[in-house]
Design a protein around this ligand. Sequence first.
Ligand SMILES: CC(C)(COP(=O)(O)OP(=O)(O)OC[C@H]1O[C@@H](n2cnc3c(N)ncnc32)[C@H](O)[C@@H]1OP(=O)(O)O)[C@@H](O)C(=O)NCCC(=O)NCCS
Length: 175
Amino acid sequence: MEIRTPRLILRSARPDDLEAMHAVLSDPRATRWWSTPPHETLDQTRAWLEGMIANGPNHPDFVIERDGRVIGKAGFYAMPDIGYILHPDAWGQGLATEAVGAAVDHVFATRDLDTLTADVDPENAASIRLLERLDFIRTGFAERTWNVGGVWKDSLYYALSRADRAVTVAGQAPA
Ligand SMILES: CC(C)(COP(=O)(O)OP(=O)(O)OC[C@H]1O[C@@H](n2cnc3c(N)ncnc32)[C@H](O)[C@@H]1OP(=O)(O)O)[C@@H](O)C(=O)NCCC(=O)NCCS
């Protein structure tokens, strides 16, 4: 499956995405607030990628390509929870907003589902800003939800309703 946005292609993962996704998942800047420590071996990333591929070609979880290069992933490893990570070289250009927005719109267009969710570290300012830009609403907070490499992390919970997203998309449409 493939989704095109102005600058990106979101598509199903393939085995040959291994090196590019390892570059993302082994980078400590990218995994600072991720659910696992940076990958140390290619085998760790291979297992991660195989999990993504095993969800099947119609599952809405995507690697992100820009100009033919894989720069990260966005989508729903487990519905209805959104997950996204980009290589730091790609940060700060609105690319995550573009990719995550497209993944969200795709799911609302193709699935009978009224609410999408997100679980974000309270210190992850970029991710919180991204979610709020896409009109996710904060729904809760919990302490010590993830143990990442021996360190307990907290969670802020967010949700986006189909109705709220529809208002946003309508508001962005050309007159
Ligand atoms: C979160 C992440 C995907 C954002 O990617 P990005 O392409 O840089 O995001 P965008 O450029 O689309 O920016 C989204 C918003 O966040 C803001 N933002 C970006 N980096 C920020 C930072 N370090 N601090 C505060 N705000 C930030 C942007 O200004 C933008 O808001 P605006 O449109 O109001 O200006 C990226 O930082 C990343 O891969 N982080 C590591 C993985 C991760 O933490 N994933 C989320 C797990 S829940």
